[in-house]
Design a protein around this ligand. Structure first.
Ligand SMILES: [Fe+2]
Length: 297
């Protein structure tokens, strides 16, 4: 049991961490729930500061609903916060560390613990590190999707049931279609047909957390009360490089070529990644140029 007044930390079995990090989900405990920065007045004040870097969406009718078909954008974060008890609100506050130094300190404190558990960064460069706060009404559903980043999730209050699938339930073609876009966003995929034997279910309440490897598709439901969760995510040069290799493989399949399985030829994977380091920005600027030309016609 961790005392609430201790330094914020996660408590995890180190052998399990070594075996499972970025391979399969695992649970742990934490002591974040009692922190003042997650009290209702602190969260309401934080919500009031957001005029960008947020998403307010309704609950999805089912876990299989297409992610962006759910109504969103009808309320500000503060308006949605004040409507939580009337139901059907999901609020995502991105990068609270940009609004309040306490969230920045929390993010770096927890990330240092994860790096220590890994035995250091092992020469890897961190390309992006960011946190988010998720505040949802009771009985709200976030539909099936995957995130292209490694995440550590902390349930602060309320109950949230997290349904994750091993990344292996996604085909390489599905992942390649996402990574060719070169964006930081959710990956929208279909829930139908996934192997139920690959599903992990975590019932998260205050003090419980869960590690979500990169590309683990999932859907989430809150239960009888409103839910507050904190998550931090990161990408390294290695995880981004894998994405660029998959983007290259996407173009190979379009040319009716069969790419070597990812990881089978590491030198070739690196060469593909370097090729896409140039091609993805070029593709985006060509797309922007075509869009600008169309708008002038
Ligand atoms: Fe997600």
């Amino acid at each position: 049991m961790i005392a609430a007044y201790d330094v914020p930390r996660l408590v995890v079995d180190s052998a399990n961490f070594d075996r499972s990090f970025d391979q399969r989900p695992f649970g742990y405990e934490h002591n974040l729930s009692g922190l003042d920065l997650f009290s209702e007045p602190s969260l309401r004040a934080l919500a009031a500061r957001y005029d960008r870097d947020f998403m307010v969406a309704a609950s999805a009718p089912t876990p299989a609903t297409k992610f962006y078909s759910v109504p969103y954008g009808s309320h500000t974060p503060l308006e949605a916060f004040d409507r939580l008890d009337s139901g059907n609100q999901r609020i995502l506050l991105k990068m609270p560390e940009n609004h309040d130094r306490r969230y920045r300190d929390l993010l770096h404190t927890l990330f240092e613990q994860v790096v220590a558990l890994r035995g250091g960064l092992r020469g890897e460069r961190v390309e992006r590190l960011a946190s988010s706060i998720l505040i949802s009404s009771a009985e709200a559903i976030t539909p099936f999707h995957f995130d292209p980043e490694i995440s550590f999730f902390f349930q602060i209050s309320g109950e949230k049931v997290y349904h994750l699938y091993a990344p292996s339930v996604l085909s390489e073609a599905e992942l390649e279609r996402f990574y060719v876009m070169g964006i930081v966003n959710i990956g929208q995929v279909e829930l139908a047909g996934r192997d139920p034997k690959s599903e992990y279910v975590f019932r998260l309440v205050d003090g419980k957390g869960m590690h979500q490897p990169q590309n683990c598709p999932h859907w989430v439901e809150t239960r009888a009360n409103r839910s507050v969760s904190y998550v931090f995510s990161f990408e390294t040069e290695t995880t981004r490089s894998l994405g660029r290799t998959r983007a290259f493989n996407h173009y190979m399949r379009r040319c009716r070529l069969t790419p070597a399985p990812l990881g089978a030829r590491p030198g070739l994977d690196r060469a593909k990644s370097w090729a896409m380091r140039v091609a993805i920005p070029l593709r985006k600027s060509i797309g922007r140029g075509i869009g600008a030309l169309r708008s002038r016609r």
